[in-house]
Design a protein around this ligand. Structure first.
Ligand SMILES: NC(=O)c1ccc[n+]([C@@H]2O[C@H](COP(=O)([O-])OP(=O)(O)OC[C@H]3O[C@@H](n4cnc5c(N)ncnc54)[C@H](O)[C@@H]3O)[C@@H](O)[C@H]2O)c1
Length: 252
C-alpha cells in the first residue's frame, strides 16, 4: 500500500524546488495534489514536468485571504475534502542591521510565511478530513538567530508558534500539525541567499554555510521531500506539535 494512496493534498510554493520535490514524491505515493503558487509560469512548468492527471494548479498569493479562499475552494471542488496541507511558500527578504532594516521587506516576508500559513490553515481546516496532516515548512532559521536576518528568522520562528496552537486545537480531530526545518538546500533559493551574504561578508557563501553544518554539505530537495512525506503520511501517526530538523545538524 502506497503511503498517500487516495489522499488529497495542497502544497503551497508548489512551483518551487521543495514544493515540486514533495509533489513528485506524493504523486508516487498515490496522492492527488493541488499546487499553489504566485508564479503562474513556474506552476505551468512544474505541472508539465510532473505530467500527471493527479495534479492541478492554482495561481494565488498566499498572503491574500481572498486568494486563499479561492484555492481552498478549488481543492474542495476537485477533491471533496482535504487530507494534507503543506504550507511551504516562501521568500527571503533582506539582510541588514536592525537600524536600517527595510520595513517593506519585513512586512512582505511575514505576510508570506506567517499570514500565508495562518490563512491556509484557517480556510483549509474546515474542509479537512479527521486524521489529516498539516506540515509547515519552517527552516533551521526557525531555531536560531543570526544578525541581520530579521524578517526571515522572525517569520520562521513565528511559524512554530502557529504550528503549536494548531496542533493543540486540532488534536481532538486527529489532525496532526508539525513544522519541518530544512537547513541549507542545494537550490536556487539558498544560492541567492549565499550570493547576497557572501558578497556582503566578502566570503564564499556556500563554503561559509557548509562550515556550519556538521554533515559538511547542503541537503537536497529530495531529502526534504522524504521528511515532508513522513509527516504527511501515517508513518508519523503519533507525531504532532514537533519541529523536525532536516539540517545536517546545523541547529545543534
Ligand atoms: N532552500 C533552502 O535552503 C531552504 C531552507 C530552509 C527552508 N526553506 C523554506 O522552504 C520553502 C520552499 O523554499 P524553496 O527552497 O523551494 O524555494 P523556491 O523559491 O524554489 O520556492 C518558493 C516558492 O514560493 C513561492 N511564493 C513566494 N511568495 C509567494 C506568495 N506570496 N504566494 C504564493 N507563492 C509564493 C515562489 O514563487 C516559489 O515558487 C520556503 O518556505 C523556504 O523558506 C528553504
Amino acid at each position: 500500500m502506497r503511503k498517500l494512496e487516495g489522499k488529497t493534498c495542497i502544497i503551497t510554493g508548489g512551483a518551487g524546488s521543495l514544493g515540486c520535490a514533495s509533489a513528485r514524491l506524493f504523486l508516487a505515493e498515490g496522492a492527488r495534489v493541488l499546487l499553489v503558487d504566485v508564479d503562474a509560469r513556474g506552476l505551468d512548468r512544474v505541472a508539465a514536468e510532473l505530467h500527471s492527471a493527479n495534479v492541478d494548479i492554482a495561481v494565488a498569493d498566499v498572503s491574500s485571504a481572498e486568494a486563499t479562499e479561492h484555492y481552498v475552494q478549488q481543492a474542495v471542488a476537485w477533491f471533496g475534502a482535504i487530507d494534507v496541507l503543506v504550507s511551504n511558500a516562501g521568500n527571503f527578504g533582506a539582510v541588514s542591521p536592525i537600524a536600517s532594516y527595510p520595513d517593506q521587506a519585513f512586512d512582505t516576508v511575514l505576510a508570506v510565511h506567517v499570514r500565508g500559513a495562518y490563512l491556509a490553515a484557517k480556510h483549509a481546516v474546515p474542509h479537512m478530513n479527521d486524521g489529516g496532516s498539516i506540515v509547515i515548512t519552517s527552516s533551521v532559521a526557525g531555531m536560531r538567530g543570526d544578525p541581520g536576518v530579521y524578517a526571515y528568522i522572525t517569520a520562521k520562528h513565528a511559524q512554530v508558534g502557529l504550528m503549536r496552537c494548531l496542533a493543540k486545537e486540532l488534536a481532538p480531530r486527529r489532525i496532526r500539525v508539525n513544522t519541518i526545518h530544512p537547513g541549507p538546500i542545494d537550490n536556487a533559493f539558498q544560492l541567492a541567499v549565499e550570493q547576497g551574504l557572501g558578497g556582503a561578508l566578502g566570503v564564499d557563501g556556500t563554503a561559509f554555510f557548509n562550515a556550519m553544518i556538521p554533515l559538511g554539505r547542503h541537503g537536497s530537495a529530495d531529502e526534504v521531500a522524504r521528511s515532508v512525506l513522513y509527516l504527511a503520511s501515517d508513518d508519523s501517526s503519533f507525531t504532532t506539535g514537533t519541529t523536525l530538523m532536516v539540517d545536517g545538524g546545523m541547529s545543534i
